[in-house]
Every structure is written in structure tokens, then in C-alpha cells.
Design a protein around this ligand. Structure first.
Ligand SMILES: [Zn+2]
Length: 262
């Protein structure tokens, strides 16, 4: 039972109770307005704050002296390959939440990720601005198309999904029941898409670090690539192991296969 379902039920009971009392007492109109405002606020907060697990269960932090680096929105030639080189140089495994149509265009990068031991997750097929307004059937189709893109390149089906912008809603929740993906969020948001100053980005990320963190980066951010070698050294010098999210969360990264820890 989702928190959204519980909130809706409580709201409905409060509304019906108020209407019933309205026959005997005069319930102020302000009460109804406040009730509606409260429900809308709670739902809006649950929609945009992924870690609330409001519509679907979300894994957003692990445990132990481990940290996971995650990169969204790739693969992109000229960017993702540079990230992969840095990771290989430091012998670090990471997780890439990929966009389906970019996977199809860049199968060589997908194969490289797999060969170098990284994990791939589903980040929709188009990552369109209106994804959050799509019907459950349309969301299901996007997720399946992205899984198919991965399957046609690697012969593996992704099990992890990260929603674009960290937004969830009843349609996405319904689609995820059909596709059976596990939703993975983050505990550290780097805001690398808006922070061009590498120094500022480095400080923001390192100031928040805690055991079990999942850090959100994006493949297309130059500032992320600039700080990555220094950040890896910083994290490992602090005594943390950098691992893939399936290892951090102790869950399966792909359908039908145990985590291979490659
Ligand atoms: Zn994204």
C-alpha cells in the first residue's frame, strides 16, 4: 500500500466526515479549503521528492563504508567515454542510468560500460519534458523500449530505474508495477547541471558525504568530468569503497542474473 493511497484514504475520510457533520454543525468553509490545500501540498511534495517513496518504494541510500557514483542521461560520445577512462584509470565501478534512444545510437559505449564492469539502469527512452504527464501505458512503453535497447546490445534486461527529474506519480507507479523495475534515487544531488564552477561542485559534493551515499551526476556536465579524478581520490582517501548501486543496496542489477560484481 503506497503512502499516496494512505494519504488519499485519510483525505477522503476527513472530507466525508466533515460533510456528515455539516448537517448538525456548521463546518467553516475554510476547513474544506485547508483540507484540500494540505492534501495537494503533501501530494506535490511526494511527487517531486523521490526519497519520500510516496508513490513507489525508492532505494536512495545504502549502508556500510561504501559510496556509489551514478551518472544519468548518457551515453554521449565525447563525454561518457571520458568518464569511463577516468573510472578505469582509478579502477572504480559506477552505475549509468541511460536514455534508451542514446543507447541505440551508441552501442559501443554500452558494450564498453559492460566490459569494464559498470552497471546500467533504465532512465526512460526519450527523457522528454512531458514524461511526467504520460499515461501509464506510455510510461510502460518507454521503459520497455529502453530495456529492449539494452537487451539487444548486451543480452541483459535492466532491473533498476531512475525517474527523470526524480519525479514520480500514479501513472509511473502503475507502469512500474507492470515492468517490475526497482526505483533508485540518490542521497547526494550534485546539481552539476547548473553548477559550472568545478570548485563549487567539488565542495558541494564533498561537504555532504556520508557512508552509504548515492551521488547523482550527469554524463554531459564538463564540471563533473573535471572534478571526477579528484573526487575519487578524496572519497577513497576517506576510507570509502566506491561500488555499483546493486552492490551498495544489495539488490539485483539485471533480471535473471545475480550481481556479478564485475
Ligand atoms: Zn535525467
Amino acid at each position: 500500500m503506497s503512502k499516496y493511497y494512505i494519504a488519499s484514504t485519510v483525505f477522503l475520510i476527513a472530507l466525508l466526515g466533515s460533510l456528515a457533520l455539516d448537517g448538525t454543525l456548521v463546518v467553516p468553509r475554510m476547513w474544506y479549503a485547508s483540507l484540500a490545500a494540505l492534501f495537494v501540498s503533501i501530494t506535490a511534495y511526494g511527487t517531486i521528492v523521490l526519497r519520500t517513496s510516496f508513490f513507489v518504494p525508492v532505494q536512495w541510500r545504502g549502508s556500510g563504508n561504501r559510496i556509489a557514483l551514478t551518472f544519468d542521461d548518457g551515453p554521449l560520445p565525447g563525454m561518457t567515454d571520458r568518464i569511463l577512462s577516468i573510472l578505469a584509470e582509478h579502477n572504480v565501478k559506477a552505475t549509468f542510468f541511460c536514455i534508451g534512444h542514446r543507447m541505440e545510437k551508441n552501442p559501443f559505449l554500452i558494450k564498453q560500460m559492460e566490459n569494464e564492469g559498470h552497471l546500467l539502469g533504465n532512465h526512460t527512452y526519450w527523457h522528454g519534458a512531458f514524461f511526467n504527464f504520460k499515461s501509464a501505458s506510455m510510461v510502460t512503453r518507454e521503459l520497455m523500449l529502453t530495456d529492449l535497447a539494452c537487451f539487444s546490445i548486451l543480452g541483459r534486461r535492466m532491473r533498476l530505474f531512475r525517474p527523470p527529474y526524480g519525479v514520480t506519480n500514479p501513472m509511473i507507479a502503475k507502469a512500474l508495477k507492470r515492468t517490475n523495475h526497482t526505483v533508485v534515487g540518490w542521497s547526494v544531488r550534485s546539481f552539476d547541471t547548473i553548477t559550472r564552477d568545478p570548485e563549487k561542485l567539488f565542495r558541494r559534493v564533498t561537504a555532504q558525504l556520508k557512508p552509504g551515499d548515492i551521488i547523482l551526476f550527469h554524463d554531459y556536465c564538463e564540471s563533473t568530468i573535471t572534478i571526477l579524478p579528484r573526487l575519487i581520490r578524496h572519497i577513497t582517501n576517506k576510507g570509502y569503497d566506491l561500488v555499483r548501486v546493486d552492490e551498495l543496496l544489495n539488490i539485483k542489477g539485471y533480471a535473471g542474473k545475480e550481481h556479478d560484481g564485475a
